[in-house]
Design a protein around this ligand. Structure first.
Ligand code: UD1
Length: 422
């Protein structure tokens, strides 16, 4: 198993660049199934989830290639509508393939997806959207069998799910007729998917609002596209700077995508500078507590930043309350942070974080991608050495995080551990 060894106590400072967002690139890769001719996506980081998605496309007969930070996908040869079970189980985002494969072949077979252990994560809303477009869906022996030729329809999502909105958008662009997705998710990645689809010839408007309108029946063609920068990676690096009382500038981070986080960083006493080409966060002192943070769909505070923010608040001069509203089981980092000397009490979805003067290095283990990033932040701020285990999960969403932290002056390195004693 791979781990990070991190020696804390050094303020992180310097400039680093944000690259394409995992959560933007993954649906774009699935959307390539709708496109005739090659697509080139630039600025795509090396992430395990992206590599798995490319494998999934290849297993359906597509050609994929990586040239540095560019990905080239040509789905013209795709001939398969059955998603391999092993790949689907490895990655929650495999669910994105359902809409595009169904739209392309009139049928799709799929296994219930895997992903981080952060809650039940059902897929009923994905299926609700596809049914509203005319899909027949049967669930048998853990497999989902979808069939039918899709047509435009009215979709009323019970909850603004990011993935369900994206799946419905992709399923609808080629289906004849008008589709409206009501109570759509408003995340920046939804807008990015719409921009990509429109660059390929689709007619999508309203993305970023609660109602996405799609004039279907388009024949999509390949294009060159740069996915939006990763607001979660950017936020993680800024928080690492703040927790170590440093000064980090993330070039190409888009402040409009991270307003809720930046507001909380200011409340915690950080100096936040939003520049035309990025975001800079400086912190001189121990953080101030933040009275209450509640995660919510965009533009609320992102659930994907909750763990990292909690890592900062462990060091505050007072008590903060963090409420996780999006996923029911996303507090696994609290117990690990407590191993490092934090004082966090969790009751269900609510964490009460009593700030301590200092954290101390410890051997900790992550069970969730963002929780892993939070442990790295805590380790950078702690006294002494920490070992963060199970970094394969961190690699799902961060491109060599340890190298980025080291480039900013943190003492972080990757190592192989055979001793799994805890
Ligand atoms: C996406 C992001 C993930 C982020 C999440 C919330 C990607 C690849 N992943 O995940 O990083 O944490 O948005 O911002 O973009 N739900 C249902 N039924 C469904 C679908 C979702 O009940 O069919 C529930 C989920 O269990 C969860 C909530 O809706 O409680 C939000 O999930 P959703 O917005 O769908 O998240 P994802 O698209 O899976």
């Amino acid at each position: 198993m791979e781990a990070f060894s991190i020696c804390g106590g050094r303020p992180l400072s310097g400039e680093i660049r944000a690259y394409g967002a995992k959560n933007a690139v993954l649906p774009l890769l699935a959307a390539c199934m709708l496109v005739k001719g090659p697509v080139r996506l630039s600025g795509c980081p090396h992430l395990a989830d992206i590599a798995n998605m490319l494998r999934l496309l290849e297993s359906l007969g597509c050609r994929t290639a990586r040239e540095g930070m560019d990905l080239i996908v040509d789905t013209d040869g795709a001939s398969e509508h059955v998603m391999p079970e092993a790949l689907s189980k490895q990655m929650r985002s495999s669910i994105f393939m359902l809409g595009p494969v169904l739209a392309r072949f009139g049928r799709a077979v799929f296994t219930y997806p895997g992903g981080c252990e952060i809650g039940l994560r059902p897929i009923d809303l994905h299926l609700q959207g596809l049914r509203a477009l005319g899909a027949q869906i049967e669930e048998r022996h853990g497999h989902i069998l979808c069939s039918g030729s899709l047509r435009g329809g009215q979709i009323h999502l019970d909850y603004p799910s990011v993935g369900a909105t994206e799946n419905a958008m992709m399923a609808a662009v080629c289906a004849p007729g008008e589709t409206v997705i009501h109570n759509a998710a408003r995340e920046p990645e939804i807008q990015d998917l719409a921009r990509f689809l429109n660059a390929c010839g689709a007619r999508v408007r309203g993305a970023g609002s609660g109602a996405v309108h799609i004039r279907g029946g388009a024949h999509l063609h390949g294009c060159e596209y740069e996915p939006l920068p990763d607001r979660i990676c950017a936020g993680t690096l800024l928080l690492a700077g703040a927790a170590t009382r440093g000064d980090v500038y993330v070039r190409d981070a888009r402040p409009q995508d991270m307003q809720a986080l930046l507001a909380k960083l200011k409340e915690a006493g950080c100096t936040v500078q939003t520049l035309r080409e990025g975001v800079r966060v400086r912190m001189r002192d121990r953080p101030r507590p933040v009275r209450r943070i509640e995660t919510a769909p965009f533009p609320g505070f992102a659930t994907d930043m909750q763990a990292q923010m909690m890592a900062l608040l462990t060091l505050a001069r007072g008590t903060s309350v963090v409420v996780e509203n999006v996923f029911e089981n996303r507090m696994s980092h609290a117990a690990e942070l407590n191993r490092m000397g934090a004082d966090i009490q969790v009751s269900g979805r609510v964490a009460v974080v009593r700030g301590v003067e200092a954290l101390t290095g410890a051997r900790v283990h992550t069970r969730d991608l963002r929780a892993g990033a939070a442990l790295c932040i805590a380790a950078l701020a702690a006294e002494g050495e920490s070992v963060v285990e199970n970094v394969a999960l961190i690699d799902r969403g961060y491109d060599r995080l340890e190298e980025k932290l080291a480039a900013l002056g943190g003492a972080a390195k990757r190592m192989e551990i055979t001793d799994e004693r805890r």
